[in-house]
Design a protein around this ligand. Structure first.
Ligand SMILES: [Zn+2]
Length: 427
């Protein structure tokens, strides 16, 4: 695939509704791909361990026809998908050798299965046709795809739902330069009790702070998640002590319930994060964040905490790529900068070193200001942004160019951006 540097690749994901015959076909294709992936992974491991020989995509690909002779059932597989599996294995090894990922794992049945279909797929109305399958599979399109589709892959979730992922290439946007000068800045403090505390405005005397609570439905789902995980845990203990292979009907029932709930939480999260990041980016020219060491924090054992960590890093990612589209600036403040402990009153800047995590509010001994801990942090981040941009003559956003509520009036190359904005809202 020839890659244009200025363009970006996106994946659109749509739900598939295959019938029983199509499910059988997809599952079979997934099992062939899993077989080939695992076969070559084992071969690579043994060759490397015993002889120090490294395999790669080309050497593996050359052996594939022989493998088909040894395992004739592979003749039923879409050979381009098998090639794609070899490429995926190659990528996994490259990441491992570059120390970006651990050693490639064997693909287990039922965990997460997928097949890549690089060519010969066809999308018409609400159906997709793929090689070697006579009937067309029903797709539920929740948005229109205007771009040319480079390749598709079909995946099956743990709970047994099927999705098609379409890879498209988009032309890069020319950054948007608004007309008026003097910009709006947002300082964002990410929290646990509230998802975020945002201070936004144009200068110290012209700003407002607001708290974005964690959505209630999310907390509810998290509670249910913890409950079901515990129930499942008990089932595992009861069965696995004597016989690890036993899977009772009850166990499967709880496991399915758990994966469904996981999916729902993921979708609810995405929706919330997309809306908030879009609103923030449409609303401000400069966005100041703390540079969180997210990798280190995900290891935290508390479930609800680790969910927050994951959504923080997702939120930061979304802010970054949307800021890119809208021509906004993201400023990351060193995570050792004491944003909660520093008094945000101009010309004070007292640092309250002994601030404990349990102290939600404090009074500055130097200037007497009462600070809500998190609001103070977001004001400090806001001020960092202000310092950075003083004298830069930042552009101001006119109200017509705000787009939090609707999808119109985004003011950027209209026909492309408008679709984007609408798509966020639905995802
Ligand atoms: Zn002070």
């Amino acid at each position: 695939m020839k890659k244009n540097i200025d363009n970006k690749f996106y994946v659109y994901r749509f739900r598939l509704y295959p019938n029983a015959e199509q499910i059988a076909y997809l599952d079979e294709q997934m099992s062939y791909n899993r077989f080939v992936y695992n076969f070559f992974l084992e071969r690579a491991t043994s060759l490397y361990k015993n002889y120090g020989v490294k395999t790669n995509y080309h050497s593996n690909s050359a052996i594939l026809p022989l493998l088909k002779k040894g395992f004739p059932f592979l003749l039923n597989a879409n050979s381009q998908s098998l090639q794609a599996s070899l490429k995926a294995l190659d990528t996994a090894f490259q990441k491992f050798f570059a120390k970006q990922a651990g050693y490639p794992n064997f693909k287990k049945k039922g965990v997460y299965s997928s097949i890549v279909i690089p060519q010969k797929f066809k999308i018409q109305d609400n159906f997709i046709s793929i090689p070697k399958l006579k009937s067309n599979i029903k797709v539920k399109f929740h948005r229109k795809v205007y771009e040319a589709i480079k390749s598709v892959s079909i995946s099956k979730t743990t709970s047994g739902k099927y999705y098609v992922n379409m890879l498209v290439e988009k032309f890069a946007f020319t950054p948007y330069i608004p007309k008026k000068v003097i910009g709006k800045i947002s300082g964002i403090d990410l929290g646990l009790k509230d998802f975020a505390i945002i201070t936004t405005g144009t200068d110290f005397n012209n700003k407002e702070s607001f708290k974005i609570p964690n959505p209630k439905y999310l907390l509810k789902s998290q509670k249910r998640l913890i409950k079901i995980s515990r129930q499942l845990d008990r089932k595992v203990h009861r069965h696995s002590k004597q016989d690890k292979t036993t899977t009772s009907k009850n166990y499967i029932k709880f496991k399915n319930r758990l994966s469904l709930l996981h999916e729902r939480i993921t979708n609810q999260h995405k929706d919330f994060l997309h809306k908030l990041s879009l609103r923030t980016v449409s609303d401000s020219q400069v966005i100041v964040l703390e540079d969180l060491n997210i990798k280190g924090m995900v290891k935290n054992e508390h479930l609800s905490k680790s969910i927050s960590d994951v959504s923080w890093s997702k939120f930061t990612d979304m802010l970054e790529y949307k800021a890119d589209w809208f021509g906004r600036q993201i400023l990351k403040v060193n995570r050792f900068y004491p944003s909660s402990k520093t008094c945000s009153t101009p010309d004070c800047g007292y640092v309250y070193k002994d601030l404990k995590l349990s102290e939600r509010a404090w009074i500055c001994p130097q200037c007497g200001a009462l600070h809500d801990r998190d609001v103070n942090a977001s004001i400090n981040l806001f001020l960092e942004g202000l310092n950075l941009t003083v004298g830069q003559g930042l552009p101001e956003l006119t109200p017509a160019e705000y787009a939090p509520a609707g999808c119109q009036n985004i003011g950027i190359s209209r026909h492309t951006m408008r679709q984007e904005a609408c798509a966020f809202r639905r995802r």
